[in-house]
Design a binder for this molecule. Structure first.
Ligand code: AMP
Length: 302
C-alpha cells in the first residue's frame, strides 16, 4: 500500500554543538517520504517556491516518491531555523518562514484520492483538514504536529484530531496539547480527543505507545555519534507508517514492530546533518540495526 503524505518541504538552517548547516534540505514531508520509501511507495503533497532546485526532486524521485502532488508556486520555499543545546533533546525554533505555504491550498491529483494510508506530517492543521476532505476512503490516518501549531492553530488542530487514528508527537507537545504536566494523564486526555493510539516520542529516551488497553515502550538506540536530531521525529513516522502500510496490518503486534522500525530509521537520521545519512542507507543497514534493537531489550521472563 502506498502512503499519501502532506507536510513541509523546506530549507533548514540548523546549529548544534557539533556543527551547522545553512539552507540544507529539510521539511517534515521530506524526511517522512525518504524514510517511508524504504518500505513502500509514497505520494507527496506539498508546495515549494521557484527557488527549489532539481537535485532534491531527482533524489526523491529516485527513492520512488511520487511528486505529482508537489506544487511549485511563485515565491520562496518554506524555511526553518533552529538550534540545539548539548543534550540535543529539544529544538529551539529561531525563525519560521511559511513563505509559499501561506497561500497554499492542496489539490490532490486524481491518482491520490483513493489512498488508504494517510500521514498528516507537521504543517498547518487547516491544510491537513483540506487533504482529508479529498481522500475518499482512508483506512488509517496518522498525524504529527508541533508547539507552533498547538499554540497558533489549536481549534483547527483539535478538529483534525477528531479524524485521526494515530497521533505521533513528542513528550512536551503531549503535555502542551492536554494542558496537563503528568505524561500518563496527558496521554489519556489526548486519546479522548480522537486518536485511538498515541505515539509519544521522547528523544534519546525512546518512544511510548499508548492505547486504551496498554502501553508499549521502545528504547532509542544508544549512539556514540549524534550530530543533528532534526528530522528524527519525521523519520520515525516514516519508518512506522511505512511498515504498517507495507504489511497492511494494524494489529497491536504490528504496531509494536512498526515502532521499532521507526526507531531504527530515526537512529540513522541523527548521525548526520540534513538527509545525508538516509541518502547513504541500505536495507541491510536497517535489518542489522533492527536486530541490535531486539538484542537491546531482550530479557528472560520470571
Ligand atoms: P522534527 O522531526 O520534529 O525534527 O522536524 C524537523 C523538520 O520540521 C524540519 O526539517 C523543519 O523544516 C520542519 N518544520 C519546522 N517547523 C515547522 C512548522 N511550523 N511546520 C512545518 N514544518 C516545520
Amino acid at each position: 500500500m502506498d502512503i499519501l503524505v502532506i507536510g513541509s518541504v523546506a530549507f533548514d538552517s540548523v546549529e548544534t554543538p557539533f556543527g551547522r548547516g545553512d539552507d540544507v534540505l529539510g521539511g517534515s514531508a521530506t524526511y517522512f517520504s525518504t524514510s517511508a520509501s524504504f518500505f513502500t511507495g509514497v505520494q507527496l503533497v506539498a508546495v515549494v517556491g521557484e527557488d527549489f532546485p532539481q537535485e532534491p526532486r531527482d533524489f526523491l524521485h529516485s527513492r520512488g516518491v511520487d511528486l505529482t502532488g508537489l506544487q511549485t508556486q511563485p515565491g520562496k520555499t518554506f524555511r526553518w531555523k533552529g538550534e540545539y543545546g548539548y543534550d540535543l533533546s529539544e529544538a529551539r525554533t529561531l525563525e519560521t518562514h511559511l513563505n509559499v505555504f501561506e497561500t497554499f491550498h492542496p489539490v490532490l491529483p486524481e491518482s491520490y484520492c483513493d489512498a488508504e494510508f494517510v500521514f498528516l506530517a507537521n504543517i498547518d492543521p487547516e491544510l491537513q483538514l483540506e487533504v482529508l476532505r479529498q481522500v475518499e476512503r482512508p483506512k488509517l490516518i496518522a498525524c504529527d504536529t508541533m508547539n507552533f501549531w498547538i499554540d497558533g492553530k489549536r481549534e483547527a488542530l483539535i478538529r483534525t484530531l477528531g479524524h485521526v487514528d494515530i497521533l505521533v508527537i513528542n513528550e512536551a507537545e503531549v503535555r502542551q496539547l492536554a494542558q496537563e504536566p503528568n505524561l500518563v494523564k496527558a496521554s489519556r486526555a489526548v486519546l479522548g480527543m480522537g486518536p485511538k493510539t498515541l505515539v509519544v516520542k521522547r528523544g534519546e529516551y525512546g518512544v511510548l505507545v499508548f492505547n486504551e488497553h496498554s502501553v508499549f515502550s521502545a528504547p532509542a538506540y544508544p549512539l556514540e555519534e549524534v550530530f543533528d536530531p532534526t528530522g528524527a521525529g519525521d523519520t520515525f513516522a516514516g519508518g512506522f507508517m511505512g511498515y504498517l502500510a507495507a504489511t497492511n496490518n494494524l494489529s497491536d503486534a504490528t504496531i509494536r514492530k512498526a515502532t521499532v522500525f521507526g526507531s531504527v530509521m530515526a537512529s540513522f537520521t541523527v548521525e548526520d546533518f540534513s538527509l545525508n545519512r538516509l541518502r547513504q542507507l541500505s536495507w541491510e543497514n536497517i535489518e542489522e540495526r533492527f536486530r541490535k534493537f531486539q538484542a537491546l531489550t531482550a530479557f528472560e521472563g520470571l
